[in-house]
Write a protein of this length. Structure first.
Lengths: 108, 151
């Protein structure tokens, strides 16, 4: 094994770990974004707060969910925000997803 | 006899020449690993930059897609006389598209199904894809159900 190979090996390993972590982060970003929109869609069709939060926590138990406004009526704009803490090798990140929808007729 | 000796001699010279050439080549490659190692650094940086840019483009596509879907649903809901909150279908679609981080491009809100096109700019971390705008189409219609809220 040459000296150059020994020098390059940690760099290649770090690059591989970094790319894998980036792929994981991309997956988390897309999942959080998608769940926020799904939850917003559910929030537009029901006044049940627990059901809205359950859409997110069913897949991401550690996620924090906020629904605004908590009481909504037909024609209102409801916004669901999802926060997920992600631990990377270097530091921790908080991934945020946001979904907004218009509350449908008949919801109170 | 003479021919055989000549052949053996030729083979020996050929063999020794090849070994010498290999030795010379090996000697010339001393330090090439260091050059390869140094050239790997910009390649690795480029891979990381491109990965971040690709991630930003995928996120923009997801934003535009989700915004188009929800804006189309909002526009279809606004066509229901029971509950638009007073907003026209186009206004409702624009409001929801903006709230989802996108911009409304067009809304075919004259009838059902509603067809909405929303676009989202790529939030490029390194500025390579700043000019790229991703557009997605969303469709929605109204379905008559007795009680959509009581399952």
């Amino acid at each position: 094994m040459s000296v150059e190979f020994v020098l390059v090996l940690p760099m290649v390993a770090m690059l591989l770990v970094g790319v894998l972590q980036l792929v994981g982060l991309a997956r988390d970003v897309l999942v959080v974004q998608d769940l926020a929109r799904q939850a917003a869609r559910v929030a537009a069709t029901t006044g049940d707060h627990v059901e809205v939060v359950g859409i997110v926590t069913g897949r991401l138990p550690d996620a924090r969910v906020s629904v605004a406004p908590p009481w909504r009526a037909s024609g209102d704009q409801v916004v669901v925000t999802v926060h997920l803490d992600v631990d990377l090798a270097i530091r921790g990140l908080t991934v945020t997803g946001r979904g907004a929808a218009m509350v449908e007729p008949g919801v109170s | 006899m003479t021919v055989a000796l000549l052949c053996r001699r030729g083979a020996d010279e050929h063999g020794s020449g090849a070994v010498a050439a290999l030795r010379r080549r090996g000697g010339d490659q001393h330090g090439s690993g260091a050059v390869a190692a140094l050239s790997l650094i910009p390649v690795a940086l480029m891979v990381v930059v491109l990965a971040f840019e690709a991630l930003a483009m995928v996120a923009a596509a997801a934003t535009a897609s989700g915004a188009a879907d929800l804006a189309a649903l909002a526009a279809a809901g606004a066509m229901d006389p029971g509950g638009s909150g007073g907003a026209s279908p186009g206004d409702a679609a624009a409001r929801i598209a903006t709230a989802n981080g996108a911009t409304l491009v067009s809304c075919d809100c004259d009838g059902l199904p509603v067809v909405v096109v929303a676009r989202a700019a790529v939030d490029s971390p390194f500025g390579l894809a700043d000019t790229i705008v991703v557009s997605r189409t969303g469709r929605a219609t109204l379905v008559a159900v007795d009680s959509p809220l009581e399952d």
